[in-house]
Design a protein. Structure first.
Length: 243
């Protein structure tokens, strides 16, 4: 179909495409590697190392089967599966609803909100894209580990609840307000600690996320290897037999 306008013949774009065909643009792959051997070789090596590690652990650490469960006898200590021991550790220091529902729920919501806070598309998927990234992550991991271990030891041998109850502090403040204030305060203190490095939004998120991972790992390790009868702290080699 053609239209006459000031002596110039103009064609509709669709007609031009039908007659001449669409232009094919050759695009060469950029910043890509082959799946084989670059990716699969690394995955195979990782799988082999993990399998070897599990075999060595099965030789070194005995895990004998216990007797059938007896509903009349509760093991001491009675522990959750290892992936829930971090939450069980939190139950020792704060209100059950806070440790079992609110804190995990808020953590999940915060992780879901990360893409909306850090919406810069540059370096997406790269860990520690900036020069400050590794240093901030290291500082955050050490900071979270030291504070968490110190708080757990203090609560075990001094007792936050015992101290606050002795001066007449209400239960709601002891089990809810104080733990929330400690978590928020230490997170804010971490941000202040890295402020001299002039971090951007992504680096602040790296610091907070690294602290979260460090807390998760340390709580799991303490709940697994350092909690004995009565959920008290013991060295792993001094752990009393279960009864």
């Amino acid at each position: 179909m053609q239209t006459q306008q000031t002596g110039i013949t103009q064609r509709r774009p669709a007609a031009v495409v039908r007659e001449q065909g669409a232009t094919k643009v050759e695009r060469q792959p950029q910043n890509t590697v082959l799946v084989w051997p670059n990716l699969l070789a690394i995955e195979f090596l990782a799988a082999a190392l993990i399998t070897l590690g599990l075999i060595i652990l099965s030789w070194v650490i005995g895990a004998p089967l216990e007797e059938h469960a007896n509903p009349d006898i509760t093991p001491n200590p009675s522990k959750a599966p290892w992936y829930f021991l971090n939450l069980q550790e939190l139950l020792l220091h704060m209100h059950p609803s806070l440790a079992g529902v609110i804190v995990p729920g808020v953590a999940i919501l915060m992780l879901m909100a990360v893409p909306y806070v850090d919406h810069v598309v540059g370096d997406t998927g790269r860990w520690f894209a900036s020069e400050n990234g590794p240093r901030i992550a290291g500082i955050s991991a050490v900071y979270a580990t030291v504070w968490l271990v110190a708080l757990i030891i203090f609560d075990e041998y001094v007792g936050t609840r015992r101290v606050l109850e002795s001066i007449g502090i209400p239960e709601v403040i002891i089990s809810i307000v104080v733990p929330v204030a400690v978590m928020i305060g230490l997170s804010w203190l971490l941000v202040i600690l890295i402020r001299p490095m002039q971090p951007n939004a992504r680096e602040i998120l790296i610091a907070l996320f690294t602290g979260f991972v460090a807390v998760y790992v340390v709580l799991t390790i303490i709940g697994t290897a350092f909690r004995g009868p009565g959920m008290h702290l013991f060295w792993p080699w001094a752990m009393p037999p279960r009864h």
